[in-house]
Structures are given as structure tokens and as C-alpha cells.
Ligand binder design. Structure first.
Ligand SMILES: [Ca+2]
Ligand SMILES: [Ca+2]
Ligand SMILES: [Ca+2]
Length: 309
């Protein structure tokens, strides 16, 4: 009897529970989403051509509405095509430009703007608390003229003689068995931090006169880190070399983009160059007299053009 009563009460409670009107739904999400971080940040410079705009939100977003609310405007104000992807459970939007961003071809900046309209919303339909907008600038083209370091340029002879102080340095043979090599050293630590790439680098040397028959010799340019100039640098091993074909006094120009780029990317503080010749064995001195950093004019220089912030 007692059991039946309990069963009846329990059944009644179940029935009553089933007949009660549905409880009101838990209060819906009424919180407007916010942009919590955005990169590139407003006013950023030196943005790389393949960088994406990344927006992080305070909560998951309605991806279609948010993508539709996003625009990247190129420097002319035209919308750029974007490839969208989402991370972190639709909390982070990665907006990758379909084409690489443009770089300025001079020292002024090219500025892009991006914006997210308030029509971006969360899945409950709450629009963004406020439209978001920011601007950033890409890498620009900068040119530098770097002078050779006086204490580190000069000549070293095959007999070990070092001349780091003279206003000129001899490149060539001096008798049937001896020769003189020339050295030039250009600091790279003046290039801007964040330099992305070396666009061009030209070494300019000035040959003030020729000696003997310099065309009888063959010449090479070596890339090596000789540090301070000393006797051992005459025959120090180079990491790379290339033939050069000087044929007259005056200004010599050599493209050194790859060597400068590798030294820069390796964090070298300077690029150092050696010029050498063979010896034609005629017993007469043949070669060129080159200006060093101590010369009054026509100094050795390295003209470097980079993409940098
Ligand atoms: Ca010198
Ligand atoms: Ca040395
Ligand atoms: Ca000779």
C-alpha cells in the first residue's frame, strides 16, 4: 500500500512536470562582440608584402557576416581582394590579400587601410559594438651611400707589408715574384633595422692611374671577412670570388647585391672585399693605383638600395 502511494506520487510529479509550461529560455547572448587585437596595428610601418591582417574578437563570430563587413583598401582607396580564414573557434579572422601588397618605390610610404563595419556580428546577431578601422604602411625603398672604413682599407703586399694609412693602394704585380692586393671594408650596421631585402648594391672604386701594362694581368674580387688589415690577409681564404675586368683608370662599378644581402642576413657588421691579380712574370710592375678612404675625393663607396620600414 505504501509503495503504491509513493509510486502514484512519483508518477503524478512526472506528469505535472511534463505539463508545466516550458521555462523561458536562458537569457540570450546580448553582448556585442569587440575587436580585442588587430595586426598590423594602426600606424605600423614596414609591413611585409605577404602579411595578413589578423583580427581577434572577444567571442566567436558569424563568419559570413564578418567577412562581408571587412575591407582592405589599397593606397588608392580601392578594395583589395581577400582570402579569409578563421582560427581559434571563429574568434580570429585572418584576412590575407590575394595579391602581394605594394611597396613604395621611394622614401615616402604607401599606406593601406582596413576596416570592419558594425555589420560584423556574433552568431546571436549582436552587431559589433563599434566599427573598427586602422591603417598601416608597407616597406619603402631607401638608398644609402656607405664609405669604406679608413682603418680597414688599403694594401697588403706579398712580402707581408701592410699599408692601411695611405691615400691609395696598388693592385697588381710589382716584380717577377711579388704583388700587391687591395682591401675595402664597408659597415652595414647603418642599414635600418628590419631591412627586408637588398634590392641593389654597387661597389664604386676609383683607379687614379695605371702602371705598366695592366691588361696583361687577370683580376679577381674576393668576398672574405678579414677584420683588421694585417699581413695574413694577403692570402686569407675567401668565401666567394668573381673575375673582374678593369681596363682603364677611372671609376669602376661592380654589382655586389648577393654578397651584401648574405652578409646582411647573416648579421655581419660589414662587408669586406679584396682585389687581387695574377703575376705575368715579366719582371715589370703592372696594375692600377686605387683610391682608399684616405683619398681627398673619389673615395671607395658602396651604394646600397634596400626595402626597409
Ligand atoms: Ca685605409
Ligand atoms: Ca685581418
Ligand atoms: Ca708584371
Amino acid at each position: 500500500m505504501e509503495h503504491k502511494q509513493l509510486l502514484f506520487i512519483a508518477l503524478s510529479m512526472l506528469v505535472l512536470a511534463g505539463c508545466q509550461p516550458a521555462a523561458p529560455p536562458a537569457p540570450g547572448d546580448t553582448t556585442a562582440p569587440r575587436v580585442t587585437t588587430a595586426t598590423p596595428g594602426d600606424g605600423a610601418v614596414g609591413v611585409s608584402k605577404n602579411d595578413a591582417v589578423v583580427l581577434t574578437f572577444s567571442e566567436p563570430m558569424d563568419t559570413a557576416a564578418t567577412e562581408g563587413a571587412f575591407q582592405l583598401l589599397d593606397p588608392a582607396g580601392a578594395p583589395a581582394a581577400i582570402n579569409f580564414s578563421w582560427e581559434d573557434g571563429n574568434r580570429r579572422l585572418v584576412a590575407t590579400p590575394a595579391a602581394p601588397l605594394a611597396y613604395s618605390t621611394n622614401a615616402s610610404y604607401l599606406t593601406y587601410h582596413y576596416r570592419l563595419a558594425a555589420s560584423a556580428k556574433d552568431p546571436a546577431g549582436n552587431p559589433l559594438a563599434a566599427a573598427f578601422a586602422a591603417g598601416f604602411s608597407t616597406m619603402r625603398l631607401l638608398g644609402f651611400q656607405i664609405e669604406s672604413e679608413p682603418d680597414r682599407d688599403g694594401a697588403v703586399a706579398s712580402d707581408g707589408g701592410v699599408d692601411a694609412a695611405g691615400a691609395s693602394a696598388f693592385l697588381g704585380d710589382t716584380d717577377a715574384a711579388s704583388a700587391s692586393r687591395t682591401f675595402f671594408s664597408f659597415p652595414l650596421d647603418g642599414l635600418p633595422a628590419g631591412t627586408e631585402s637588398v634590392v641593389s648594391a654597387e661597389l664604386r672604386l676609383y683607379a687614379q692611374n695605371a702602371t705598366g701594362s695592366p691588361d696583361d694581368l687577370q683580376y679577381r674580387m674576393d668576398h672574405l671577412a678579414y677584420g683588421e688589415l694585417d699581413a695574413g690577409d694577403y692570402a686569407a681564404a675567401e668565401s666567394e670570388n668573381q673575375p673582374i675586368f678593369p681596363h682603364a683608370a677611372g671609376t669602376w662599378r661592380f654589382g655586389l647585391r648577393q654578397w651584401v644581402a648574405s652578409d646582411w642576413s647573416n648579421g655581419e657588421g660589414r662587408i669586406q672585399i679584396r682585389l687581387r691579380s695574377d703575376n705575368d712574370g715579366d719582371g715589370a710592375s703592372d696594375g692600377y693605383v686605387l683610391n682608399t678612404a684616405e683619398a681627398a675625393g673619389n673615395k671607395p663607396t658602396l651604394q646600397v638600395v634596400v626595402y626597409a620600414p
